[in-house]
Design a protein around this ligand. Sequence first.
Ligand SMILES: [Zn+2]
Length: 303
Amino acid sequence: MANSKLLKFWPKLLLAWVFLITPLKAVDFGWYGTSCLTMTDGETIILTDPFFTRPSFWSVLFGRTLKSDPDLIKSFLEPYQKIKNKIVIISHTHYDHILDLKNLLLMWPDATVIGPKETPLFAPPTHSRFISADTMGPVGIGKFKIRSFPAVHAPLPLGIEFAKGERTSPLPSNPDAYDFLASRSFSFSIEHPQNKIIFHPGAYLKYSHKDFPFVPDTLFVGAQGRHKTKDYLKFLKEIGAAPQKTAIVPVHHDNFFKPLGKEFSVMPLFTYETLKKELNKTPYSFNLKVAPYKGEKPQDDQS
Ligand SMILES: [Zn+2]
């Protein structure tokens, strides 16, 4: 009798043991320029602000049709194709944060999309797994727990407001940059047992770090070299009260008018040196890190 009980219990014990000895996988990050990032623990992948196909400055300015290249998206995301849980986070709906969403979802039809409430207008009509950042509570998928925070879009130079407004109809089939209207922006906390992350691409904030649900291990923050450095620093100074353990990782300071895969270059007003120098003038010591850039075009190696 005792033996049969043990036999029944044994598989559970084995499972518990495997669970206990298997170390939790660290979160692996990839940066593809702008605020397009991957974060994965092998079981779940989060992709933020999908933007791989980068139109030229003139295409944007003159309102030419912006095209998304499915093969290019595939070339970057192929390594993650087999990951069980797929999540796409959208901070706001400007073209440089969402242009590739439609083609991405044709490739990842089961992905859960989290973004501003009008995000489905930028997605294929067949896609149904959507969670509105406007109204969501904490969302748990795999080992990640995600929460949204209303944020403020950083102004462009000369106070220009680019494509401000709310889409009320689906994106046309031949959209230009001005069709990618955005009326609201969000930041997100992304909690994992191995890494507490804040994704804060706008870098504009009504909050101080105290409003985040935790002190982050990793803070992705939109450096946006094309804007006023002093505003960016103002935000960082508020965050600066966070302990040294927070790795501050600037993003969205690259020149995103150049195609991915070409030589990496930053926006004219941004240098890591200036940023460091300015940060050193504050009473805080910042743990500044460079994002793990994965924007080299994979197929370039094979050709
Ligand atoms: Zn924007």
